[in-house]
Design a protein around this ligand. Structure first.
Ligand code: SF4
Length: 434
């Protein structure tokens, strides 16, 4: 569908919150910031190259990865200083690249998915087709354009990786043919077959809109939200016995810990992701795929890709999967090509070897891009990560220039927050994301 003609007509300010998109941008101290939703984190090489070109030609030259596996470009400016139309130009190029299929629903296409779904032995179900189906159905349901831009769907292949991302509506596979639904992180309702997943997730979103009456952005904003939502969806059905824990505590389905040393997806070679055992920290390394190919997970320092780095990634593999952990998974690599690809990526400043201090490290924009910031947090985080005596952190660490802590990952995080008197360090358990 060609929507470029519609973009110019879009008012750009409708919606229940100010969460930015590619059309409804955020005005920051360093210019307009546009966020592009990437359902399932899946980007073709051509899309990645176009993002890189747009970042270089219209923006600050950097693509930022968000904690919801979306991307954003900031500092948007006009290619011609006399023409202040950089935002429409950016949106038109995203639409032409297939990254903006709906002007009305662009901000609500927040769909996480397990990045290795269907490719590795620990993946119980291939949820990739569900991502496309959910995206199409979401964009085809007019009333769901009114969802908050923060409302989040997740499709977990049974490994439990995106289960911990704090989504409002999560499908968790428990077999190749079906699984269970979690609302606000709490399992609700009977098991569902794969064929019923998309209609059920859409029904949950519609029920949430009725329940929140336009005033709530997330399920957690509504008191007893999961139970009330389940009552609307399933009638008299109750929360599944023994499943009332928050998703992050109940753990994934399946027999193996996907981050543990017995994970059958793990490579046997010593160059594999030996450092991935750090709780909640996703590290660099390789996965052996079911088809014999290899997937390489690349850590992007501070989640920021230069246009050159993005182009190198685009040249490396037939597909890139952005993850909520500020990594990019490159699937489908021939085993004998992996080292060459890794060398090229390392040469571009990306990280392909486990045990890196960049894994699990994130930072908000800070100074000078954000007027609210009390510090240049990206510079300070880099200095911290590059100290010779730096030990990789046991938990994700997020640096922020103020208490708002933009871009903070979901779950257990060590917060390093700027104050007028220096940084304050504290570990908290909260869910947030961009
Ligand atoms: S956390 Fe504060 S300083 Fe950092 S980007 Fe958000 S508002 Fe700005």
């Amino acid at each position: 569908m060609d929507i470029t003609a519609d973009i110019g007509d879009f008012s750009g300010h409708a919606g229940p919150d100010a969460c930015p998109g590619a059309l409804q941008v955020h005005t920051a101290a360093d210019g307009a910031l546009a966020r592009v939703r990437i359902p399932g984190g899946a980007l073709s090489p051509a899309q990645l190259r176009e993002l890189a070109a747009c970042a270089a030609e219209l923006g600050s030259g950097v693509i930022e990865l968000t904690s919801r596996a979306n991307v954003q470009v900031r500092g948007l400016r006009a290619p011609d200083p006399a023409d202040p139309s950089s935002v429409p130009a950016f949106a038109a190029r995203m639409a032409a690249a297939g990254l903006l299929p709906s002007a009305t629903h662009e901000r609500v296409r927040n769909i996480l998915a397990s990045p290795l779904a269907g490719r590795v032995p620990s993946s119980l179900a291939d949820v990739r087709p569900l991502v496309s189906a959910l995206d199409r159905a979401l964009c085809g349901t007019p009333e769901l354009a009114g969802l908050s831009g923060r409302f989040l769907f997740a499709l977990d292949d049974g490994t439990g990786d995106v289960l911990s991302c704090g989504a409002d509506v999560t499908f968790l596979a428990t077999s190749a043919s079906g699984g269970v639904l979690l609302l606000g992180g709490v399992r609700q309702g009977p098991p569902v077959d794969l064929a019923g997943v998309v209609p059920l997730m859409l029904a949950a979103a519609s029920a949430f809109m009725e329940l929140g009456d336009g005033g709530a952005w997330r399920v957690r904003d509504v008191q007893d939200g999961p139970a009330l939502l389940a009552a609307r969806l399933f009638g008299a059905a109750q929360e599944e016995p023994g499943q009332s824990d928050q998703a992050g505590d109940s753990g994934p389905a399946g027999d193996s810990d996907p981050t543990g040393p017995t994970d059958p997806a793990r490579p046997a070679d010593p160059a594999g992701p030996a450092g991935r055992e750090r709780a909640g920290v996703r590290d660099a390394g390789t996965f052996r795929q079911l088809d014999g190919d290899v997937a390489l997970e690349v850590v992007i320092p501070l989640g920021r890709l230069t246009a050159h780095q993005a182009a190198v990634l685009a040249d490396a593999a037939p597909e890139a999967r952005v993850t909520p952990w500020r990594t990019v998974v490159l699937p489908g690599l021939a085993p004998d090509a992996v080292q060459q690809v890794a060398d090229r990526l390392t040469g571009a400043g990306l990280v392909t070897v486990p045990g890196t201090p960049w894994a699990g490290l994130s930072a908000c924009t800070g100074r000078p891009g954000c007027a609210k910031s009390l510090a240049d947090v990206q510079l300070d985080a880099r200095v911290w990560a590059e100290r010779p005596d730096h030990e990789p952190a046991a938990r994700p660490v997020h640096w922020a220039g103020c208490e708002r802590r933009c871009g903070r990952p979901a779950g257990e995080v060590v917060d390093v927050v700027a104050t007028p008197a220096g940084y304050r360090v504290a570990g908290r358990t909260e869910e947030e994301g961009t």
